[in-house]
Design a protein around this ligand. Structure first.
Ligand code: PLP
Length: 223
């Protein structure tokens, strides 16, 4: 049995003032989520639309759900009624679909733009240049039902702390660049979502405002 409460408080104890925890509960049962909830945790992250839909029905309504995985445009409509934040937006097409579904539900959905900085080959995330281009294009300004709240990234899954630090600092510098250029007057643009179980202690030294920690709190996932 995993001691969720103890693990949760250990992680929270490692977070400086101003850094929020998104407890990543994908593949974990409702009882684990409730164990964290009872300790006061309210922000949880999931990466599969159907799993999330089941949990939303069964779990307390004041949970703030973040969608952290790759989201297909045809799935947006299912989560649009309740999702608090969609963290991994990596195309204009997805951003427009989120706006459309948010409008249908008469709400504003908060999103982060996902950067691809890691040296690893992954399919997801915007390169810095692609992100610059998306913002320079300006169409996002016409989307009134999405609120771009910052940036998200995953560092390379390596043991080399210096590499992780380099990648996170690149993301933090890039945040400053786009903040100054596009969001200087927008107080909502403030989130830097990086840091997972193996690297959140590095992330908080690299200006993360939001860490996404699963395994350290809930134990290994059972797929
Ligand atoms: C699963 C996942 C996490 C959490 O990973 P852990 O190693 O279990 O902490 C964080 N971010 C994203 C995008 C994930 O998919």
């Amino acid at each position: 049995m995993v001691d969720v409460a103890k693990n949760l408080h250990e992680v929270l104890g490692n977070l400086p003032e101003g850094v929020r925890l998104v407890a990543i509960s994908k593949y974990h049962p409702n009882e684990y989520i409730m164990a964290a909830y009872q300790e006061g945790q309210r922000v949880f992250g999931e990466s599969h639309e159907q799993e999330l839909a089941r949990k939303v029905v069964d779990l307390p309504k004041d949970i703030e759900w973040h969608f952290i995985g790759h989201l297909q445009t045809n799935k947006v409509k299912y989560i649009a009624p309740y999702i608090a934040m969609i963290e991994a937006v990596d195309s204009m097409k997805l951003l427009k679909e989120i706006n459309k579904q948010a409008l249908k539900n008469d709400r504003v959905i908060r999103v982060l733009l996902e950067l691809h900085i890691a040296e690893e080959e992954t399919k997801y995330g915007l390169t810095l240049d692609a992100c610059r281009q998306l913002l320079a294009d300006g169409e996002w300004k016409t989307l009134k039902n999405v609120q771009i709240c910052g940036l998200m990234m995953m560092a390379s899954n390596v043991d080399d702390e210096e590499q992780i630090r380099r990648e996170m600092n690149t993301a933090a510098d890039f945040f400053d660049e786009v903040k100054a250029q596009y969001f200087a007057d927008d107080p909502h643009f403030k989130e830097r979502s990086w840091g997972m179980s193996h690297d959140y202690r590095i992330a908080v030294q690299c200006r993360s405002t939001m860490v996404r920690v699963g395994t350290t709190i809930f134990g290994p996932r059972v797929y």
